[in-house]
Design a protein around this ligand. Sequence first.
Ligand code: SF4
Ligand code: SF4
Length: 173
Amino acid sequence: MSRGNYCQIIVGGRPASIQGLDEIFDVLYEQGRQPGDSSLGAALIEQARQRHNYIPKPAVDDFAQAMVSEYRKYVEQRLCGCKPKPVDYGMWRGHPREQVPWFPTVALDLCDGCGACLKFCSFGVFETTEDGKVLVAEPFKCQVGCSSCVRVCKPKAITFPPRNVLETFRSGR
Ligand code: SF4
Ligand code: SF4
């Protein structure tokens, strides 16, 4: 099975997958687009939609902001001469990990920044934010089927998808 060219970005504090993000950045970089271009966000959204990404209208601004931020990092790396390589998150039952929708979501309005989840999870899924809370920085490093960090979060800020979302992946087709 070929790996999908998925990348995850943080949109409005939550992880979202974008198909073909590397290609999108390559195209705009070759066009000479700068991170400060006023029309960059719109161009990124257009490119993402051309690659069959679903971006709901109410979330366009958040997606554009997140993609511009990622594009800035991409350009910095290109200018250093080191083109970023996509992260290999491995496979789960024959499926690229990025296609399996299993990872925590942190409700930032409930998170009190206690750090218990950061200490508990040894896979580098969580990171602290500038305002002292926690976000899911690496959702695809979460171990599929694990939901142990829910137990250490006293304010109940951490949630997972229903376990039956994994059933469609169990066959390993
Ligand atoms: S355990 Fe819960 S409240 Fe504490 S930092 Fe993690 S998400 Fe926030
Ligand atoms: S479910 Fe397990 S692997 Fe995933 S973030 Fe929580 S503790 Fe880490």
